[in-house]
Design a protein around this ligand. Sequence first.
Ligand SMILES: [Zn+2]
Length: 318
Amino acid sequence: MTTLGTASASPGEMDIGRLPVGESRDGSEVGLPVAVINGQRDGKTLYIQAVSDGDELNGLGVINRLVPQLDPAEIAGDILIVGIVNYYGFQVAEHRNPIDDTKLNRTYPGNASGTASERISAATFKAVRRSDLVLDLHQGSTSCMIDEVRVRCGRRHRLHRDCLELAKVFGCGYILDRKGPDGQLARVAPDEGIPTIDPELGGAVGWDEASIQKGVKGVFNVLYRYGFLDGDITTATQIRATGFRQYGSPAGGLVNFKFELGDEIRRGETLFEITDPFGTVKREVTAKSDGIFWRHRRLPQVATGEYVCSIGTNLDEY
Ligand SMILES: [Zn+2]
C-alpha cells in the first residue's frame, strides 16, 4: 500500500486525496490535492509537485495532462504527486502565500508547528524524504521566459552530477546550473541524498500549452530513463548557463526588446531601448557579456531601476 495524506493505493492502483497542512482562517481543514500511483511492479519512488509559487500554473497543467495518461498496471515503482503546494496563493493567483506573506520555496525543509508556509513545506518534505527523485515544477512567474531546468544544489555538492543528469534527462534544451537560495526545495532535498531539479516551464499568465507539453514530455523522459516505464530515451545535448545577469532600466518609459527569448547575444549588442509614449528613444541598453536571452518582463512600461530582462551567461554544452 502506498499512502500520501488521505490517498492510498494498492499495487496496480492509483488514488487521489488530500494532504492535511493545518486549518484556514474560518477553521476548516486545509488539505493539498494529492495523487498516488502505486505501480504493479516494484521500483523507485518519484515525487512531483507544482504551484509552490501560487501564480505558476504551467506545472499544474503538466500534472493535469500527465496523470490521465499514467496506467499503474504498466508502472514500476511509486509516483507521489502534490498538485498545488501553495494552496493559499493559488486561490488568489499570487506568488507568495498571502496568509504569512512568504515565498514558500524559501521555507524548506519546513516546520510542522511553524507558520502556514512552513507547515506546508514540512508536510510536502515528508513525502520528498520517501522519494528517490524529485521534480519541483515552476515557471518564470508572470515574466516571459524560455523553458529550462534549474540545478540548485551548487556545483560542489556531492549530488551535483545526479541532479545535472536528471536535468539533462528532463530535456528542456536549457539548464541553469547555479546554486539556489536557502530554503529552496531543489537546494535542500539534495542534502538528504535525493536528486532534485526545478524545471522552469516558460512563464507569463495562465496556461501555456507549449510549455506544458514540454513538461509532460520531460516527466515521461524521467519515467523511461529511471525505469518507471519500459522504454528508453535519447538525451540531447543541453545548453548550460552557470551565470545569470539581470538588467534594469536606466530610464522610465516603454521597453522595445531587440531580441526574442532563446536568441544568442554578443557582448555590446543592443538588448533593448526605452522610448517615450511617442516612440522617441530615450536610452539604449547593451549587453555586458555574451549569452542567451533568457527572461524578460511581461509588461512594456518600466520605471527607473525596474527589472527588464535576464541573460543566461557562461554558456557551455552539457
Ligand atoms: Zn517558482
